[in-house]
Design a protein around this ligand. Structure first.
Ligand SMILES: [Zn+2]
Ligand SMILES: [Zn+2]
Ligand SMILES: [Zn+2]
Length: 328
């Protein structure tokens, strides 16, 4: 069963992909489907003996170009539609153990190009309205394959969280005449207390309203709606700051920190004038609140959608800056 059902009480779609229950679950390292296919060993998903970066369609997709007909019929109250869209996997390297923080700057620069190309290609599909590259890193955030990789989803609608940000940005623009993210970046730069890293084109900081204790956002200092709007210098410096942030995370408690990383940017449909209100940024949400304790999304967060955070963003940013100084 693969279909989308509409919740008229919240105005949001839920996707059902029950075949995903049978997806490969924590295979042993010598059976990893994302490792290269080596002579004398069973073939993996990737038919090469070595590779730099590989993208392919997810074998267990939530959204696909030719989705099956829904199992149930909808009605005026319960909307039902096909799960049309895209789900791609992006394998960062042929080394089973190298996380993003372990990659060379050239390799991360290559990832930036691929995220950009896939954003353009997937976004040009008629049924896709929003393309979100993301990475779930670590078993505690539900990763079933430990080989470092990311995913790129092409959604049929703008997902609720980016949509909420876009609506807020539209309100801010109509009241103040400015892009809210541009204002946030300028304000954080001037204040400095929550800044973690900065280069000519990008800022990495703990948001004033961080929902996760060590949440870090990375955004362009100049307004850029999407990856496709970046010039060569922006791309080089994006690779640099992504390595800076991921290496800082690993230096924080001297272990490879799990996180969810996601790109928020311009929707790929032309339904509204998005350019002024979309400001490309990358959100890192690590689940740890201390070295050995995790933040769980519980009553207030899940049932109320209201986050309660245990660490002050100013203290978190100070700890991250100290970790960063240690790693350099
Ligand atoms: Zn592997
Ligand atoms: Zn902006
Ligand atoms: Zn965002």
């Amino acid at each position: 069963m693969t279909e989308r059902r509409y919740d008229p009480t919240s105005g949001e779609w839920v996707t059902f992909a029950t075949h995903r229950q049978h997806r490969t679950y924590k295979p042993k390292a010598d059976f990893c489907p994302l490792c290269p296919s080596r002579p004398g060993s069973p073939a993996t998903e990737i038919p090469f003996e070595s590779f730099e970066v590989v993208t392919f369609d997810n074998r267990f997709p939530s959204f696909s170009p030719n989705p099956p007909v829904p199992d149930v019929e909808g009605n005026g109250l319960f909307g039902v539609t096909t799960a049309a869209g895209r789900c791609e996997v992006l394998v960062y390297s042929d080394d089973h153990t190298k996380t993003m923080a372990d990659l060379s700057i050239e390799r991360v620069r290559m990832l930036v190009d691929i995220w950009t190309d896939r954003w353009v290609v997937i976004g040009s599909e008629r049924e896709v309205s929003y393309v979100m590259p993301f990475e779930n890193k670590g078993e505690v955030v539900g990763t079933t394959l430990s080989h470092p990789h990311g995913q790129i989803y092409g959604y049929p609608e703008i997902p609720p969280r980016p949509l909420k940000e876009l609506r807020s940005a539209q309100r801010h623009l109509s009241i103040n005449g400015t892009c809210v993210e541009c204002d946030v970046v300028a304000s954080e730069l001037e204040d400095g207390r929550r800044v973690v890293a900065s280069n000519e084109r990008w800022l990495a900081w703990v948001p004033f309203w961080a929902r996760f204790p060590y949440e870090v956002h990375v955004a362009t200092k100049i307004h850029r709606p999407s990856l496709a709007a970046l010039d060569q210098r922006d791309r080089e410096q994006l690779a640099e700051i992504l390595l800076d942030v991921t290496r800082t995370y690993d230096a924080l408690w001297s272990f490879s920190l799990p996180y969810i990383m996601a790109f928020h940017q311009r929707p790929t449909n032309e339904d509204e004038a998005w350019d002024e209100v979309s400001h490309l940024h990358i959100e890192f949400s690590p689940p740890n609140r201390t070295r050995d304790r995790l933040k769980f999304l519980a009553g207030s967060e899940l049932a109320g959608g209201a986050f309660v955070t245990d660490v002050s963003p100013e203290v978190a940013a100070t700890s991250l800056r100290k970790a960063r100084a240690k790693k350099i």
